[in-house]
Design a protein. Structure first.
Length: 136
């Protein structure tokens, strides 16, 4: 499977998730082919929202694209890469949040998010201290 196929399949799943969360229903059920990594098993249901694999695929795709774009623009640094990847995690949390009861995987995502906020706070602290003039 090519990278373009992965991206288009992922985009279709995001649209399906957004429609199912918004309450739209398509008339026909869509069965996924066996090689579909995102596994669309219909127009709605338990798999659409709250599936950890969708969150992992989305985050991996976001981080890979971020790495490629920052490298192509010669802006690659650990701080900037973390910042853009963390924004992607926050967006993916909104997209793929479970509707009903949360599982252990969601608590892990919450813990990672809080760790990300702590690292972000440290980066902001470093930027503030770097911008302050040195006292004599």
């Amino acid at each position: 499977m090519s990278a373009v196929t992965y991206v288009t399949t992922f985009w279709e799943r995001c649209v399906t998730v957004a429609r199912s969360v918004a309450g739209e229903e398509s008339g026909a059920e869509r069965q996924s082919p066996s090689d579909d990594p995102f596994g669309a098993y219909g127009s709605g249901g338990d798999r659409d929202a709250g599936d950890p694999t969708l969150l992992v695929y989305g985050q991996a795709l976001w981080m890979a694209v971020t790495l490629a774009v920052l490298f192509a623009l010669t802006l690659l640094s650990a701080r900037l890469y973390f910042l853009v990847s963390f924004i992607g995690l926050l967006c993916n949390r909104v997209l793929f949040a479970p509707r009903g009861a949360t599982g252990r995987w969601w608590r892990v995502v919450n813990a990672l998010t809080w760790v990300g906020f702590a690292v972000l706070s440290y980066i902001v602290y470093l930027r503030i201290t770097a911008s302050l003039p040195a006292s004599a």
